[in-house]
Design a protein around this ligand. Structure first.
Ligand SMILES: Cc1cc2nc3c(=O)[nH]c(=O)nc-3n(C[C@H](O)[C@H](O)[C@H](O)COP(=O)(O)OP(=O)(O)OC[C@H]3O[C@@H](n4cnc5c(N)ncnc54)[C@H](O)[C@@H]3O)c2cc1C
Length: 308
Protein backbone atom coordinates (compact mmCIF):
# COMPACT_ATOMS: atom_id res chain seq x y z
CA UNK A 1 0.00 0.00 0.00
CA UNK A 2 2.86 2.36 0.81
CA UNK A 3 4.30 1.73 -2.67
CA UNK A 4 0.93 2.43 -4.29
CA UNK A 5 0.50 5.69 -2.36
CA UNK A 6 4.03 6.76 -3.34
CA UNK A 7 3.37 5.92 -7.02
CA UNK A 8 0.14 7.95 -6.98
CA UNK A 9 1.89 10.93 -5.35
CA UNK A 10 4.88 10.95 -7.75
CA UNK A 11 4.99 13.96 -10.14
CA UNK A 12 3.36 13.14 -13.50
CA UNK A 13 1.92 9.89 -12.11
CA UNK A 14 -1.00 8.29 -13.95
CA UNK A 15 -1.96 6.28 -10.85
CA UNK A 16 -5.26 7.43 -9.33
CA UNK A 17 -6.53 6.02 -6.04
CA UNK A 18 -10.21 6.23 -5.08
CA UNK A 19 -11.62 5.47 -1.67
CA UNK A 20 -14.91 3.63 -1.88
CA UNK A 21 -17.13 1.44 0.26
CA UNK A 22 -17.19 -1.03 -2.63
CA UNK A 23 -17.95 -1.58 -6.29
CA UNK A 24 -21.61 -2.49 -6.73
CA UNK A 25 -21.84 -2.93 -10.47
CA UNK A 26 -19.48 -4.12 -13.21
CA UNK A 27 -20.68 -3.55 -16.77
CA UNK A 28 -18.62 -5.13 -19.52
CA UNK A 29 -18.96 -3.95 -23.12
CA UNK A 30 -16.91 -5.12 -26.12
CA UNK A 31 -14.75 -1.94 -26.03
CA UNK A 32 -14.69 -0.93 -22.35
CA UNK A 33 -15.69 -1.75 -18.80
CA UNK A 34 -17.64 0.51 -16.45
CA UNK A 35 -17.53 0.11 -12.68
CA UNK A 36 -20.02 1.83 -10.36
CA UNK A 37 -19.14 2.48 -6.73
CA UNK A 38 -21.47 2.37 -3.77
CA UNK A 39 -21.18 6.18 -3.70
CA UNK A 40 -22.64 6.29 -7.23
CA UNK A 41 -19.42 7.26 -9.05
CA UNK A 42 -18.60 5.50 -12.32
CA UNK A 43 -15.15 4.57 -13.66
CA UNK A 44 -14.39 3.53 -17.20
CA UNK A 45 -11.44 1.29 -18.05
CA UNK A 46 -10.22 -0.94 -20.83
CA UNK A 47 -9.13 -3.63 -18.35
CA UNK A 48 -10.43 -4.62 -14.90
CA UNK A 49 -8.02 -6.47 -12.59
CA UNK A 50 -10.62 -8.37 -10.59
CA UNK A 51 -8.88 -8.83 -7.22
CA UNK A 52 -12.14 -8.86 -5.27
CA UNK A 53 -11.81 -12.19 -3.50
CA UNK A 54 -13.53 -15.56 -3.72
CA UNK A 55 -17.04 -14.09 -4.23
CA UNK A 56 -15.77 -11.83 -7.02
CA UNK A 57 -18.46 -9.74 -8.70
CA UNK A 58 -15.95 -9.06 -11.52
CA UNK A 59 -15.76 -12.82 -12.21
CA UNK A 60 -19.58 -13.07 -12.17
CA UNK A 61 -19.93 -10.10 -14.55
CA UNK A 62 -17.47 -11.73 -16.97
CA UNK A 63 -19.51 -14.95 -16.85
CA UNK A 64 -16.50 -17.04 -15.79
CA UNK A 65 -17.62 -20.37 -14.33
CA UNK A 66 -15.83 -22.00 -11.40
CA UNK A 67 -15.25 -25.42 -9.92
CA UNK A 68 -15.67 -25.19 -6.15
CA UNK A 69 -15.33 -27.79 -3.39
CA UNK A 70 -15.38 -28.04 0.42
CA UNK A 71 -13.11 -29.78 2.92
CA UNK A 72 -14.29 -31.36 6.16
CA UNK A 73 -12.00 -28.89 7.96
CA UNK A 74 -12.16 -25.38 9.40
CA UNK A 75 -9.38 -22.96 10.35
CA UNK A 76 -9.24 -21.01 13.63
CA UNK A 77 -7.31 -17.84 12.91
CA UNK A 78 -5.83 -15.29 15.30
CA UNK A 79 -2.53 -13.65 16.24
CA UNK A 80 -0.75 -13.71 19.57
CA UNK A 81 2.17 -12.32 21.52
CA UNK A 82 4.88 -14.74 22.70
CA UNK A 83 7.95 -14.59 24.88
CA UNK A 84 10.44 -16.56 22.77
CA UNK A 85 11.50 -14.89 19.46
CA UNK A 86 10.23 -16.48 16.26
CA UNK A 87 13.47 -15.64 14.42
CA UNK A 88 11.49 -14.81 11.28
CA UNK A 89 10.58 -18.49 10.87
CA UNK A 90 7.13 -19.83 9.96
CA UNK A 91 6.40 -23.26 11.46
CA UNK A 92 3.82 -25.71 10.14
CA UNK A 93 2.89 -28.79 12.20
CA UNK A 94 1.22 -31.45 10.08
CA UNK A 95 -1.47 -33.04 12.24
CA UNK A 96 -4.19 -35.62 11.49
CA UNK A 97 -6.90 -32.94 11.20
CA UNK A 98 -4.79 -30.53 9.10
CA UNK A 99 -1.92 -28.08 9.42
CA UNK A 100 -1.25 -25.93 12.49
CA UNK A 101 0.82 -22.94 11.32
CA UNK A 102 2.47 -19.94 12.93
CA UNK A 103 3.58 -17.07 10.68
CA UNK A 104 6.01 -14.47 12.07
CA UNK A 105 4.73 -10.89 12.50
CA UNK A 106 6.82 -7.83 13.50
CA UNK A 107 8.16 -8.07 17.08
CA UNK A 108 7.35 -11.04 19.27
CA UNK A 109 4.00 -11.73 17.60
CA UNK A 110 2.86 -14.47 15.26
CA UNK A 111 -0.33 -15.11 13.38
CA UNK A 112 -1.92 -18.51 13.80
CA UNK A 113 -3.83 -20.74 11.38
CA UNK A 114 -5.05 -23.79 13.26
CA UNK A 115 -6.91 -26.29 11.07
CA UNK A 116 -9.18 -28.86 12.71
CA UNK A 117 -12.28 -30.90 11.95
CA UNK A 118 -15.25 -28.46 12.01
CA UNK A 119 -16.59 -29.62 15.43
CA UNK A 120 -13.20 -29.20 17.11
CA UNK A 121 -12.67 -25.81 15.41
CA UNK A 122 -16.06 -24.67 16.76
CA UNK A 123 -15.08 -25.89 20.24
CA UNK A 124 -11.74 -24.04 20.11
CA UNK A 125 -13.46 -20.87 18.87
CA UNK A 126 -15.94 -20.98 21.74
CA UNK A 127 -13.30 -21.37 24.51
CA UNK A 128 -12.70 -18.40 26.80
CA UNK A 129 -9.34 -16.63 26.37
CA UNK A 130 -7.65 -18.46 29.25
CA UNK A 131 -8.68 -21.92 28.07
CA UNK A 132 -7.72 -21.10 24.46
CA UNK A 133 -4.32 -19.83 25.59
CA UNK A 134 -3.72 -23.11 27.46
CA UNK A 135 -4.77 -25.15 24.42
CA UNK A 136 -2.50 -23.06 22.17
CA UNK A 137 0.50 -23.41 24.50
CA UNK A 138 -0.02 -27.18 24.65
CA UNK A 139 -0.16 -27.39 20.86
CA UNK A 140 2.95 -25.20 20.43
CA UNK A 141 4.94 -27.57 22.67
CA UNK A 142 7.06 -24.68 23.98
CA UNK A 143 8.08 -23.53 20.48
CA UNK A 144 7.47 -19.83 21.19
CA UNK A 145 7.52 -19.87 25.00
CA UNK A 146 4.56 -18.72 27.15
CA UNK A 147 1.79 -17.05 25.14
CA UNK A 148 0.78 -13.44 25.91
CA UNK A 149 -2.24 -11.48 24.62
CA UNK A 150 -4.32 -13.01 21.82
CA UNK A 151 -6.56 -11.01 19.47
CA UNK A 152 -10.16 -12.22 18.92
CA UNK A 153 -10.38 -15.46 16.96
CA UNK A 154 -12.13 -16.00 13.63
CA UNK A 155 -13.15 -19.30 12.04
CA UNK A 156 -13.14 -20.17 8.29
CA UNK A 157 -14.50 -23.33 6.71
CA UNK A 158 -11.85 -24.67 4.31
CA UNK A 159 -12.78 -24.70 0.65
CA UNK A 160 -11.21 -24.66 -2.78
CA UNK A 161 -12.13 -22.99 -6.06
CA UNK A 162 -10.67 -22.75 -9.56
CA UNK A 163 -11.99 -20.51 -12.32
CA UNK A 164 -12.36 -22.12 -15.78
CA UNK A 165 -10.26 -19.29 -17.29
CA UNK A 166 -8.41 -16.40 -15.63
CA UNK A 167 -9.41 -13.69 -18.08
CA UNK A 168 -12.47 -12.92 -20.18
CA UNK A 169 -14.59 -9.95 -21.28
CA UNK A 170 -12.12 -7.24 -20.10
CA UNK A 171 -11.67 -8.88 -16.67
CA UNK A 172 -8.44 -10.53 -15.46
CA UNK A 173 -8.88 -12.53 -12.25
CA UNK A 174 -6.26 -11.95 -9.56
CA UNK A 175 -5.84 -13.92 -6.33
CA UNK A 176 -8.81 -15.67 -4.77
CA UNK A 177 -11.13 -14.33 -7.46
CA UNK A 178 -9.46 -16.98 -9.65
CA UNK A 179 -8.27 -19.65 -7.23
CA UNK A 180 -8.79 -20.62 -3.58
CA UNK A 181 -6.65 -23.27 -1.89
CA UNK A 182 -6.40 -24.48 1.72
CA UNK A 183 -3.90 -22.58 3.91
CA UNK A 184 -1.08 -25.11 3.75
CA UNK A 185 2.49 -24.45 2.60
CA UNK A 186 1.80 -20.65 2.49
CA UNK A 187 0.98 -20.77 -1.21
CA UNK A 188 -2.20 -18.67 -1.50
CA UNK A 189 -0.80 -15.16 -1.24
CA UNK A 190 2.25 -15.99 -3.39
CA UNK A 191 0.01 -17.27 -6.18
CA UNK A 192 -1.93 -14.00 -6.11
CA UNK A 193 1.27 -11.94 -6.27
CA UNK A 194 2.39 -13.95 -9.30
CA UNK A 195 -1.01 -13.30 -10.94
CA UNK A 196 -0.56 -9.55 -10.53
CA UNK A 197 3.04 -9.58 -11.81
CA UNK A 198 2.10 -11.74 -14.82
CA UNK A 199 -0.83 -9.47 -15.69
CA UNK A 200 1.59 -6.51 -15.63
CA UNK A 201 3.79 -8.38 -18.17
CA UNK A 202 0.84 -9.12 -20.45
CA UNK A 203 -0.40 -5.51 -20.30
CA UNK A 204 3.11 -4.21 -21.02
CA UNK A 205 3.37 -6.54 -24.03
CA UNK A 206 -0.01 -5.33 -25.33
CA UNK A 207 0.95 -1.68 -24.88
CA UNK A 208 4.33 -2.18 -26.55
CA UNK A 209 2.53 -3.63 -29.56
CA UNK A 210 0.20 -0.59 -29.58
CA UNK A 211 -2.67 -2.91 -28.61
CA UNK A 212 -5.56 -2.81 -26.19
CA UNK A 213 -4.58 -3.97 -22.66
CA UNK A 214 -8.09 -5.37 -22.12
CA UNK A 215 -8.41 -7.15 -25.48
CA UNK A 216 -9.21 -10.85 -25.44
CA UNK A 217 -5.77 -11.63 -26.88
CA UNK A 218 -4.15 -10.02 -23.80
CA UNK A 219 -6.51 -11.91 -21.48
CA UNK A 220 -5.89 -15.20 -23.30
CA UNK A 221 -2.13 -14.69 -22.95
CA UNK A 222 -2.58 -13.97 -19.23
CA UNK A 223 -4.82 -16.99 -18.70
CA UNK A 224 -2.43 -19.30 -20.55
CA UNK A 225 0.61 -18.06 -18.60
CA UNK A 226 -1.10 -18.55 -15.22
CA UNK A 227 -2.74 -21.89 -15.90
CA UNK A 228 0.08 -24.36 -15.12
CA UNK A 229 1.23 -22.59 -11.95
CA UNK A 230 -2.31 -22.27 -10.55
CA UNK A 231 -3.49 -25.78 -11.44
CA UNK A 232 -0.29 -27.50 -10.29
CA UNK A 233 -0.21 -25.60 -6.93
CA UNK A 234 -3.92 -26.28 -6.39
CA UNK A 235 -3.40 -30.00 -7.03
CA UNK A 236 -0.27 -30.20 -4.84
CA UNK A 237 -1.86 -28.38 -1.90
CA UNK A 238 -5.03 -30.46 -2.27
CA UNK A 239 -3.09 -33.75 -2.22
CA UNK A 240 -0.93 -32.63 0.71
CA UNK A 241 -3.99 -31.56 2.69
CA UNK A 242 -5.95 -34.73 1.88
CA UNK A 243 -2.93 -36.87 2.79
CA UNK A 244 -2.98 -35.32 6.28
CA UNK A 245 -6.61 -36.17 6.92
CA UNK A 246 -6.56 -39.54 5.16
CA UNK A 247 -7.13 -42.57 7.39
CA UNK A 248 -5.11 -44.74 4.98
CA UNK A 249 -1.73 -45.69 6.50
CA UNK A 250 0.27 -46.00 3.20
CA UNK A 251 -0.68 -42.39 2.38
CA UNK A 252 0.85 -41.23 5.69
CA UNK A 253 3.95 -43.35 5.04
CA UNK A 254 4.40 -41.83 1.57
CA UNK A 255 4.03 -38.27 2.92
CA UNK A 256 6.39 -39.08 5.83
CA UNK A 257 9.03 -40.47 3.45
CA UNK A 258 8.73 -37.38 1.24
CA UNK A 259 9.23 -35.04 4.21
CA UNK A 260 12.13 -37.18 5.49
CA UNK A 261 13.81 -36.94 2.07
CA UNK A 262 13.38 -33.14 2.16
CA UNK A 263 14.97 -33.02 5.63
CA UNK A 264 17.89 -35.27 4.74
CA UNK A 265 18.76 -33.98 1.26
CA UNK A 266 19.93 -30.34 1.28
CA UNK A 267 19.72 -29.71 -2.50
CA UNK A 268 16.21 -31.25 -2.66
CA UNK A 269 15.13 -29.11 0.32
CA UNK A 270 16.51 -25.93 -1.28
CA UNK A 271 14.77 -26.76 -4.57
CA UNK A 272 11.45 -27.32 -2.74
CA UNK A 273 11.81 -23.99 -0.89
CA UNK A 274 12.67 -22.14 -4.12
CA UNK A 275 9.77 -23.72 -6.00
CA UNK A 276 7.49 -23.05 -3.01
CA UNK A 277 8.25 -19.35 -3.24
CA UNK A 278 7.76 -19.28 -6.99
CA UNK A 279 8.16 -21.47 -10.05
CA UNK A 280 11.59 -21.29 -11.65
CA UNK A 281 10.22 -21.18 -15.22
CA UNK A 282 8.61 -18.15 -16.80
CA UNK A 283 9.15 -15.55 -14.06
CA UNK A 284 7.27 -12.25 -14.60
CA UNK A 285 9.40 -9.11 -14.77
CA UNK A 286 8.07 -7.65 -11.50
CA UNK A 287 9.35 -10.69 -9.60
CA UNK A 288 12.90 -10.33 -10.94
CA UNK A 289 15.54 -8.12 -9.36
CA UNK A 290 15.14 -4.61 -10.83
CA UNK A 291 11.67 -5.68 -12.00
CA UNK A 292 10.03 -2.22 -12.23
CA UNK A 293 12.72 -1.02 -14.68
CA UNK A 294 12.43 -4.23 -16.73
CA UNK A 295 8.67 -3.85 -16.92
CA UNK A 296 8.86 -0.20 -18.04
CA UNK A 297 11.40 -1.24 -20.68
CA UNK A 298 9.15 -4.08 -21.81
CA UNK A 299 6.15 -1.74 -22.20
CA UNK A 300 8.28 0.65 -24.28
CA UNK A 301 9.99 -1.85 -26.54
CA UNK A 302 7.99 -5.03 -26.33
CA UNK A 303 11.27 -6.90 -25.81
CA UNK A 304 12.12 -9.06 -22.88
CA UNK A 305 15.40 -8.29 -21.18
CA UNK A 306 17.23 -11.48 -22.08
CA UNK A 307 19.98 -10.73 -19.55
CA UNK A 308 17.54 -10.90 -16.64
C1 LIG B 1 -7.44 -19.14 7.34
C2 LIG B 1 -6.54 -18.72 6.21
C3 LIG B 1 -5.17 -18.66 6.40
C4 LIG B 1 -4.31 -18.33 5.36
N1 LIG B 1 -2.96 -18.33 5.56
C5 LIG B 1 -2.14 -18.02 4.54
C6 LIG B 1 -0.72 -18.02 4.70
O1 LIG B 1 -0.20 -18.30 5.77
N2 LIG B 1 0.06 -17.69 3.62
C7 LIG B 1 -0.50 -17.39 2.39
O2 LIG B 1 0.22 -17.12 1.43
N3 LIG B 1 -1.83 -17.38 2.23
C8 LIG B 1 -2.65 -17.67 3.25
N4 LIG B 1 -3.98 -17.66 3.08
C9 LIG B 1 -4.49 -17.29 1.79
C10 LIG B 1 -4.51 -15.78 1.66
O3 LIG B 1 -5.20 -15.22 2.73
C11 LIG B 1 -5.20 -15.45 0.36
O4 LIG B 1 -4.48 -16.05 -0.70
C12 LIG B 1 -5.24 -13.97 0.13
O5 LIG B 1 -5.87 -13.31 1.19
C13 LIG B 1 -6.04 -13.73 -1.12
O6 LIG B 1 -5.99 -12.36 -1.35
P1 LIG B 1 -7.04 -11.71 -2.32
O7 LIG B 1 -6.65 -10.27 -2.36
O8 LIG B 1 -7.14 -12.46 -3.57
O9 LIG B 1 -8.45 -11.89 -1.60
P2 LIG B 1 -8.97 -11.24 -0.26
O10 LIG B 1 -7.92 -11.26 0.78
O11 LIG B 1 -10.28 -11.91 0.01
O12 LIG B 1 -9.19 -9.71 -0.66
C14 LIG B 1 -10.23 -9.32 -1.52
C15 LIG B 1 -10.49 -7.85 -1.24
O13 LIG B 1 -11.45 -7.38 -2.17
C16 LIG B 1 -12.37 -6.58 -1.47
N5 LIG B 1 -13.64 -6.62 -2.20
C17 LIG B 1 -14.46 -7.68 -2.39
N6 LIG B 1 -15.53 -7.32 -3.09
C18 LIG B 1 -15.38 -6.00 -3.37
C19 LIG B 1 -16.18 -5.05 -4.08
N7 LIG B 1 -17.34 -5.40 -4.64
N8 LIG B 1 -15.74 -3.78 -4.16
C20 LIG B 1 -14.55 -3.41 -3.60
N9 LIG B 1 -13.76 -4.27 -2.92
C21 LIG B 1 -14.19 -5.54 -2.81
C22 LIG B 1 -12.49 -7.21 -0.10
O14 LIG B 1 -12.97 -6.26 0.82
C23 LIG B 1 -11.04 -7.59 0.16
O15 LIG B 1 -10.34 -6.54 0.74
C24 LIG B 1 -4.85 -18.00 4.10
C25 LIG B 1 -6.24 -18.02 3.93
C26 LIG B 1 -7.07 -18.39 4.97
C27 LIG B 1 -8.59 -18.42 4.75
Amino acid sequence: MAGLLAAAAAPGSRVRLYETAGVTDVRLEPDSATLTSREGETFEASLVAGADGRNSICRAAAGIATRAWQYEQAAVVTSFHHTRPHGGVSTEFHRPAGPFTTVPLPGDRSSLVWVERPDEARRLSALDDGAFKAALEARLQGLLGPVGDIIPRAMFPLSGLTAEVFGRARVALIGEAGHVIPPIGAQGLNLGLRDAATLADCVADAMAAGGDPGAQTTLDAYSARRRVDILSRTATVDVLNRSLISGFLPVHLARGLGLLALQALGPLRRLAIREGLGPSGDLPDLLKPDGARLLAERARTGLRDSAA
